[in-house]
Design a protein around this ligand. Structure first.
Ligand SMILES: *Cc1c(COP(=O)(O)O)cnc(C)c1O
Length: 369
């Protein structure tokens, strides 16, 4: 029986092999490894795609978050609100920039940051919010923007899972002050190694982020302040330029699979689905269901050659790394649900027949319960 993979980067490579191979060769022929024409080209293409004035390539998404926070020049020890259900980077970047993580809950329907929960966490020390477009579903941006305006807060979008997603017709990454993208290989737009980018419409922030990522300099040895080395290299940029041309087609295929899952799974007793808010275009980096008997189900799917994942098994406030914050006992909806989450295979490598096999296997499992 054919294995239904969670991710198939090799199949993706084969589908665009000639263009990728040529792009890699071009970079090497021109020795344009750091900065240079391939990076510039990709930065222009990506800012056009997102619809922002600026895009700056960085070494990875986690660095991008740190650089974004640093560029905001917040007072040391500011509180930054982070949703509890995310990858650790969203919180790590806050601490590493000298600020305090304050966790908030997820919205039970969409599982993105809960605006009501954010409201409860705002204090006089709160200076920013990290809106994670989790699984590829855009956060409730209008309400977050309103909240930021009322409380004088900055809004950073963690877009690592949501390249190409839209909120009320507008691409995410250009709605808050800064958008942060990861090009980790498994993301919807992935490099062949680490990579990331920050996007903004604000000239001053763009300049500052570009300098922070490149040793605080404006010219080769003219350093205005201490920055760091966090650049997207030429090889990755050239590969991303090739892949960006296919992104919309790949996102449509992800949506096709997700629509099929939604229609087939909604009637199954024992599966809860996340709900999409209206007026969004979902990037479906992940397709996540909630079940009570996850371990048993995961084994059953594995026995039927269907790969699954868990995103994320432990809510951030319960991680050992955050013991020191004493936010473990916050009674979050999201942290009570983390034992139920299961990510089904999704991606442009799947066909409807694959999705059908997944839903039929799920139907068999739940009919036997
Ligand atoms: C992947 C991811 C990141 C980190 O990106 P890297 O490029 O791996 O550093 C940050 N936030 C979220 C939500 C992610 O999924």
């Amino acid at each position: 029986m054919k294995r239904i993979k969670f991710l198939d980067l090799h199949a993706q490579y084969l589908s665009i092999k000639d263009d990728i191979d040529k792009a890699i060769k071009d970079v090497i022929e021109q020795s344009a490894f750091i900065k240079g024409p391939f990076l510039e080209k990709f930065e222009n293409e990506f800012s056009d795609y997102i619809g922002t004035k600026h895009c700056i390539g960085v070494a990875n998404g986690t660095d991008g978050l740190e650089i974004a926070i640093e560029a905001l020049n917040l007072p040391k020890g500011s509180e930054i609100i982070v949703p509890v259900n995310s990858f650790i980077s969203s919180a790590e970047a806050v601490t590493r920039s000298g600020h305090k993580v304050v966790f908030c809950d997820a919205d039970p329907d969409t599982y993105t940051i809960s605006v009501d929960s954010v409201k409860l966490k705002i204090t006089s020390k709160t200076k920013a919010i990290i809106a994670v477009h989790l699984y590829g579903h855009p956060c409730e941006m209008d309400e977050l923007l309103k909240l930021c305006e009322e409380n004088n807060l900055r809004l950073i979008e963690d877009c690592a899972q949501a390249h190409g997603a839209k909120y009320r017709g507008k691409k995410i990454g250009g709605i808050g002050d800064i958008g942060v993208f990861s090009f980790y290989p498994g993301k919807n737009l992935g490099a062949y190694g680490d990579g990331g980018a920050v996007t903004t419409n604000n000239d001053a922030l763009a300049k500052r982020m570009g300098m922070i990522a490149n040793h605080g300099r404006i010219a080769k040895y003219d350093h205005e302040f201490e920055g760091r080395n966090s650049r997207l290299d030429g090889l990755q940029a050239a590969i991303l330029s090739v892949k960006l041309q296919h992104l919309d087609k790949w996102l449509n295929q992800r949506n096709l699979i997700a629509d099929y899952y939604n229609s087939e799974l909604k009637e199954i007793n024992g599966i809860s689905l996340h709900r999409n808010s209206s007026e969004i275009f979902h990037a479906y980096h992940l397709y996540v269901i909630r079940v009570n008997n996850r371990e048993k189900l995961q084994k059953f799917l594995e026995a039927n050659h269907i790969e699954t994942g868990i995103h994320y098994p432990i809510a951030l406030n319960k991680l050992k790394a955050y013991d020191y914050l004493n936010q473990k006992n916050d009674n979050f909806y999201a942290s009570k649900n983390d034992s139920k989450l299961l990510s089904l295979p999704i991606g442009e490598h799947l066909h409807i027949e694959d999705a059908k096999r997944v839903t039929n296997t799920l139907k068999t499992f739940f009919s036997e319960q």
